[in-house]
Design a protein around this ligand. Structure first.
Ligand SMILES: Nc1ncnc2c1ncn2[C@@H]1O[C@H](COP(=O)(O)OP(=O)(O)OP(=O)(O)O)[C@@H](O)[C@H]1O
Length: 308
């Protein structure tokens, strides 16, 4: 199966800022990819280049096998919903839907109308008069109803309350299951989406720290706690990302290829073991250059080493 997106040695510089620093990866078709990373990591810049809204300084991108710039064949298959989506101010909600139907060949009008009811959007209201959360809901309706083979959601929920966010996740998952497509979801609300994401791309200061299946990652990062010497012994077989000392005990987050024997090994050392959450993994890998949170002890690898 050929990848939907291929990025090769992509660099983007804005004067003295290197937003993307020679990254390479590809996106497999029909998966939900989580594009994660701290503020300024380069996520939006990457999505802008993939959707022909920005130029690379060097390197190549191919979307559906071609360069996206001024490429109708490629762009008609993309939907890009961003945080502060704006619309011409004379449009009503119903006009935005009509425009969505004209732009996206896969548009499902019946689904769009259903979503408008789900998010309780007033069809005849001018977009200028929508609340911040309502505007985000409208973006989500367009993104979902477009059924674009490649859909980007870049922090799509500014101002959305928890109920509306959950509605988004539920409808995204249900519709994706029925109509598989390639989705890239960029968000800081990692806990909320961790069950949705099938593949993780983690960016940090323009570089790619992780490009891994979510399921594989879950087994690779664990947190062990117990006597310091036992934690040291367990951590020897991986890369330690973080450690907290509490008297004679330690709690350490460790990355490695532990395999299914990890719980037994931890138990035999007198340690408690739990799988780290995706949020924890992202925080630990991006909080410091050495892979250790400030003040943490223990031997360890650099972030890049840890992420391999
Ligand atoms: N037009 C621009 N001119 C100069 N610098 C820019 C421009 N756009 C982005 N940058 C810089 O590039 C870096 C990456 O920004 P980008 O918006 O891609 O990050 P991000 O991961 O999307 O961040 P956030 O999660 O905060 O939205 C940042 O340092 C940002 O300040």
């Amino acid at each position: 199966m050929s990848p939907v997106v291929t990025v090769t040695d992509l660099t983007k510089r804005y004067r003295d800022v290197t937003a993307l620093d020679g990254i390479s990866f590809s996106l497999t078709e029909n998966r939900i990819h989580g594009l994660l990373g701290r503020n300024g990591a380069g996520k939006t810049t990457l999505m802008q280049i993939l959707t022909a809204q920005n130029f690379a300084t060097s390197g190549d991108v191919a979307v559906f096998g071609q360069h996206p710039y001024e490429n109708e064949r490629v762009l008609s298959r993309i939907s890009f919903i961003k945080e502060s989506q704006t619309y011409p101010s004379n449009l009503r909600v119903s006009h935005v839907l009509r425009a969505g139907g004209l732009v996206h060949p896969g548009w499902d009008e019946e689904f769009a109308q259903r979503l408008i009811d789900v998010f309780q959007l007033p069809r005849q209201r001018n977009v200028r008069k929508l609340s911040r959360g309502m505007l985000s809901s409208l973006g989500i309706v367009v993104g979902l109803a477009s059924r674009a083979p490649l859909t980007f959601f870049d922090e799509p929920y500014l101002g959305l309350d928890a109920v509306a966010r959950q509605l988004f996740y539920d409808h995204l998952l249900a519709d994706y299951t029925e109509h598989p497509r390639t989705i890239v979801l960029s968000t800081h609300l990692i806990d909320e989406v961790s069950d949705l994401i099938e593949h993780v791309l983690l960016m940090d200061r323009g570089r790619l720290l992780l490009d891994v299946e979510a399921e594989a990652l879950r087994g690779q990062v664990v947190t062990v706690s117990g006597p310091v010497a036992a934690v040291d012994e367990f951590a020897r077989t991986g890369a330690e990302l973080h450690r907290v000392l509490l008297g004679g005990t330690a709690r350490a987050t460790v990355r490695g290829d532990f395999g299914p024997a990890a719980p037994d090994r931890a138990r035999s050392l007198g340690l408690d073991l739990e799988a780290s959450s995706l949020q924890d993994i992202v925080v630990r890998l991006t909080t410091s250059k050495t892979g250790h949170a400030p003040g943490a002890g223990g031997a360890g690898a650099t972030n890049e080493e840890a992420a391999r």
